[in-house]
Design a protein around this ligand. Structure first.
Ligand SMILES: NC(=O)c1ccc[n+]([C@@H]2O[C@H](COP(=O)([O-])OP(=O)(O)OC[C@H]3O[C@@H](n4cnc5c(N)ncnc54)[C@H](O)[C@@H]3O)[C@@H](O)[C@H]2O)c1
Length: 427
C-alpha cells in the first residue's frame, strides 16, 4: 500500500489520447492551460494495419503530432506507450510519479461492428475494455491518489429500443410495491440493454464505477456520449500535421461521417434496414468542450457517480441520409441490416447537465456543409472503396427454438434492397 500522494491540480492524464476523441481533447485541454500527458498503446493504429484500412485524413505518427504541437504552442505533452489492460504496474508507477488530478479515460476498443466480427475480436474487446477500466480503478485505490476519473461511455448502454419516456441521465426513479402494498421509492442505475459486445463492456464499466465509488470513494464522471461527428476542432485545424482521424470503413466509421465521405465520392449512402434507427449525436468541437467542462467541475467527495448524457441532438438514420442526399445529390441505398436491433426506435434523452454548464451546441444543420467540403471532398482520393461496406454480422447462426432472426443469411449481406415505402417512412 502506498502513502496517499497529493494530486497536482493542473494535471490531466488522458488515456487513449491518440484516438479520434482523445487527440482533439488532449490539444483542447493543453490549449486551455492544463498540463496533459498521454497513455496510449497505439492499438487503434494497429487495428488499421489489421483491417488494411486507414483514416481518410492523413494522420501523422503520434511523435510528429506532439512535436508540431510543442512548436506551435510551446507546450510539451509526454506520451507513455503501454497497454492499460495488461501493464498494471506501469500505470501505478505513472500515477505515483506524475500525480494527475484528473484521468480522462478514452482507452477502449470502441467499434460495435469490430467487437462482433468473430471470437477473436469479441474476446479482445471484453478483455481490453474491462481490463483497462478495472486496472485504472484498482490502481487509484492502491495508490490512494484522489484523482477524478472522467470516462467516456455511450448512449448505447440505454439500448436502442423505444423507452417511451425521456431517458434520464444515468439514474431511473422507480417505485416498488412492497409486501404491505405501499410504494417504496428508489433511484437505480438505468437498466442497461447492451446491443453488442462493445456495448456490453460499457454496461459492465458502469457497474465497476458504481462499486469503486461506493466502496472506495473514487470520484467518477461517466459521460454517456452520442455518436461523434465532424473531424476537426480549433486546435487540430491549426496545422495539417495535427489533423484528426476520420474513419469511414464499415467497422470504425460512424454513420454520419460515413455518409459524408460516401457523398464526396458519389457512392450511394448506405442505410442499414429502413434507416428508422434514431441515434444521438454530438459534434467533435462540442465533445472537447464537454470534456473540459467535466474536468473543471469534479464531483464532490462522497457524491455518487455523476452520469451525463453527452449528446446535443437526435436524428433518424434515414433522415440524415436524406439531408445529405438533398445537399449533395447522391442517392441512398437501403441495405440489409447486419445488426440485431429494433427496426425503428425513438430516442428522447435528457442532456440538462452539460447545457447547465453553458454548452452551446453546434448543430448538424449549421456544420454539415463545411464538413463535406473541408474534409470529405479534400481527402476523397484517399478512400479505399472496398472498405466501405460493413462486413460484421451480429449473429453467425440463427437462435435455436425462436422465430427471432433479424440477421439475414450471409449470402444476402449488403445487397441493395428496395427503399421502404412511403407508409414505412411515415412511422
Ligand atoms: N467515436 C464516437 O463516436 C464515440 C461515441 C461514444 C463513445 N465513444 C467512446 O469514446 C472513447 C474514445 O473513442 P474514439 O472514437 O476516440 O476511439 P479510438 O479507437 O479512436 O481511440 C481509442 C484510443 O485508445 C487507445 N487504446 C485502446 N485500448 C488501449 C489500451 N488497452 N491501452 C492503451 N491505449 C489503448 C487506442 O490506441 C486509441 O488511440 C471510447 O471509449 C468510445 O467508446 C466514442
Amino acid at each position: 500500500m502506498h502513502h496517499n500522494p497529493t494530486p497536482e491540480s493542473n494535471r490531466v492524464l488522458v488515456l487513449g489520447g491518440d484516438g479520434f476523441c482523445g487527440w482533439p481533447s488532449v490539444l483542447h485541454l493543453s490549449a486551455a492551460g492544463y498540463d496533459v500527458a498521454i497513455v496510449d498503446n497505439l492499438a487503434r493504429r494497429q487495428i488499421d494495419v489489421e483491417l488494411e484500412c486507414e483514416s481518410l485524413t492523413p494522420i501523422r505518427p503520434l511523435g510528429q503530432r506532439l512535436d508540431t504541437w510543442a512548436r506551435l504552442s510551446g507546450r510539451v505533452i509526454p506520451h507513455h506507450r503501454f497497454d492499460l489492460a495488461r501493464h498494471y504496474q506501469r500505470l501505478v508507477d505513472l500515477l505515483l510519479e506524475w500525480r494527475p488530478a484528473t484521468v480522462v479515460h478514452f482507452a477502449e476498443q470502441r467499434s460495435a461492428p469490430y467487437s462482433m466480427k468473430s471470437a477473436y475480436e469479441k474476446r479482445y474487446t471484453m478483455e481490453n475494455n474491462l481490463g483497462a477500466t478495472n486496472n485504472l480503478l484498482t490502481a487509484l485505490v492502491e495508490t490512494g491518489l484522489d484523482a477524478h476519473v472522467v470516462h467516456l461511455g455511450t448512449m448505447g448502454v440505454y439500448g436502442y429500443g423505444s423507452a417511451g419516456m425521456k431517458i434520464p441521465e444515468g439514474y431511473l426513479k422507480v417505485a416498488v410495491e412492497t409486501e404491505s402494498g405501499e410504494h417504496a421509492e428508489n433511484e437505480i442505475l438505468y437498466p442497461t440493454h447492451p446491443g453488442s459486445i462493445y456495448h456490453l463492456t460499457k454496461s459492465q464499466d458502469q457497474l465497476s464505477f458504481y462499486f469503486f465509488n461506493k466502496n472506495d470513494g473514487v470520484r467518477v464522471t461517466d459521460l454517456h456520449q452520442g455518436i461523434v461527428w465532424g473531424t476537426q476542432t480549433v486546435e487540430t485545424a491549426r496545422d495539417e500535421r495535427l489533423i484528426n482521424r476520420f474513419d469511414y470503413d464499415g467497422d470504425f466509421g460512424t454513420v454520419l461521417n460515413r455518409f459524408l465521405m460516401q457523398a464526396a465520392i458519389n457512392h450511394p449512402l448506405s442505410v442499414h434496414g429502413t434507416g428508422g434507427q434514431t441515434r444521438a449525436f454530438i459534434h467533435i468541437q462540442d465533445m472537447v468542450r464537454c470534456i473540459e467542462l467535466a474536468v473543471a467541475t469534479p464531483p464532490a467527495h462522497g457524491d455518487r457517480v455523476r452520469i451525463c448524457n453527452q449528446m446535443t441532438e437526435t436524428h433518424r438514420v434515414r433522415d440524415l441520409a436524406q439531408l445529405i442526399s438533398v445537399e449533395t445529390g447522391v442517392e441512398i441505398a437501403y441495405l440489409d441490416n447486419p445488426r440485431v436491433e429494433a427496426v425503428e426506435n425513438n430516442l428522447h434523452a435528457a442532456n440538462d447537465f452539460l447545457l447547465s454548464l453553458g454548452l452551446e451546441p453546434i448543430t448538424l444543420s449549421g456544420g454539415l456543409r463545411r464538413e463535406v467540403t473541408e474534409i470529405a471532398d479534400t481527402y476523397a482520393h484517399r478512400c479505399d472503396k472496398s472498405k466501405i461496406m460493413t462486413q460484421s454480422l451480429w449473429r453467425q447462426h440463427p437462435i435455436r427454438g425462436t422465430r427471432q432472426h433479424t440477421t439475414e443469411p450471409a449470402k444476402h449481406k449488403n445487397k441493395p434492397r428496395t427503399p421502404p415505402t412511403n407508409s414505412a417512412l411515415r412511422i
